[in-house]
Design a protein around this ligand. Structure first.
Ligand SMILES: [Cu+2]
Length: 132
């Protein structure tokens, strides 16, 4: 009887340790910050903004430079969800993105403080590009 209780307690305790070490590990992964600026690269005089459309838009908050020409590259990677139905109201852009590939949109230099918002056609997912 006593032995069973001890074994029970020991296994509960080790399960607890396992649980915490696993939850710690998953915490480390999810805590990793989204580097919004890795989405923005400047090639010569062109600013290239890359957004992945797949179950939403990643990243969805982007800071970009105002006053230089930009190209918006929207990448899909097996995207069959509604983030492939992209609408950018301020550009009059409305398109069903192919499930795989890159869709490029050229943007003229944007004014400081302006913002370009893209949405899925349902308005469920979005991204904002703030020009600073
Ligand atoms: Cu949607």
């Amino acid at each position: 009887m006593d032995q069973k209780i001890i074994i029970g307690l020991v296994s509960l305790f080790s399960m607890g340790i396992l649980f915490f070490s696993f939850s710690d590990r998953s915490k480390n992964i999810s805590v990793e910050p989204i580097k919004t600026n890795s989405a923005v690269q400047t090639e010569n005089d062109l600013q290239v903004i890359t957004i992945v459309a797949y179950g939403g838009y990643t990243p969805h908050k982007i800071s970009a430079k105002a006053g230089i020409k930009s190209r918006l590259d929207i990448k899909t990677k097996g995207t069959y969800d509604c983030s492939s139905a992209l609408v950018i109201p301020s550009l009059n852009f409305k398109k069903n993105l192919p499930p795989f590939g890159v869709t490029s949109i050229n943007l003229p230099a944007q004014a400081k403080g302006s913002k370009i918002t893209g949405l899925c056609s349902m308005g469920m997912f979005f991204f904002d590009i703030n020009f600073e």
